[in-house]
Design a protein around this ligand. Sequence first.
Ligand code: PMP
Ligand code: GLN
Length: 382
Amino acid sequence: MARLRPFGETIFAEMSALATRHDAINLGQGFPDADGPPSMLSAAQHAIAQGRNQYPPGLGVPELREAVAAHQADHYGLDYDPATEILVTVGATEAIAGAVVGLVEPDDEVVLIEPYYDAYAASVAMAGAHRRTVPMVAEGDGFRIDLDALAAAFGPKTAAVVVNSPHNPTGTVFTDEELAAIAELCLAHDAIAISDEVYEHLLFDGRPHRSIAALPGMRDRTLRISSAAKTFNCTGWKVGWVSGPADLVAGARAAKQFMSYVGSGPFQPAVAHALRTEMNWVAASAAALQDKRDLLVVALTTAGLRVHRSEATYFVCADPRPIGYDDAAALCREMPARIGVAAVPVSAFVDDQQSWGHLVRFAFAKHDEALHQAAAALQRLA
Ligand code: PMP
Ligand code: GLN
């Protein structure tokens, strides 16, 4: 089908398959190699044993919607009515697709900040809409949004902007100034913000997470998306959610009900339990992740790559040009066989290959043992 033909197989699947074939350490696809809190795992088993194995309600089980509402009130002072303003989805992926397909008209425009998570462009294509990309630019060892390009990307056809802070793949946390600039443009152009905050709890060095939904005027035009996957190390459970004003949530729901109808039943009470009782586990897990970031940053730097600052997420980006590699995609296809490490090229997240084709994304949500092995292997790159 023409609209989806350009997307092919996702880079994550391709690189994970290569990692498996060569028995390589998989620092490509972003998933942790440890389980979430034991009480959450038991809660899912308990839900199955209790017979909660049939279709849950369309919006998601009430206890999860209530737990999501309580969590957002606690953490961000955001109040959502669990009866009409929260929708449980099949991961953040379905939340994104449902929001875009349910709320963007064909031929409307959606602003994406580049690099962008691959599902955004595919969702825009599924809606028959068009993406307008705004580049992030390297500054010092980090990245910032080109605010002039951002302003230029908004126009009469703009229906939505997708905001992703903390940002995959760069690990950047958008500044208050950047979030305010996006909010101002949404208000000026009557656009909505689709805010993908799946890494909301994985920030480092004491940085706080801010949601664009909490900025003045934005609660009523933001769909805030998150997921249990990264917060509770359960990427295979596919439990996500959308929160926002009832009219926007209804739009996403209209699409969602024909994508999956409902999500998996027994995992929802387990995630509700985790949101209510396991946030200390999450804080400890984020602290451990920061140490893992440090370990990988040292390894990459020692191997001769130029490493960008990772402020959050599972990821750090590095430039291998100083050791002679210009083409990150070629390097990523070669690494599993040659040194036994897999990573993904940032080229998979961009339209502008020229500016980003050299950069490699490494995931560090792995056991220290795996990271130490990868660190040793990376020294063989040069
Ligand atoms: N958004 C971003 C930025 C991601 O990195 C991911 C991958 N976890 C997703 C969405 C998808 O989340 P889920 O696995 O909950 O569908
Ligand atoms: N979000 C994960 C990443 O960025 C992978 C999700 C997927 O495989 N689609 O690596």
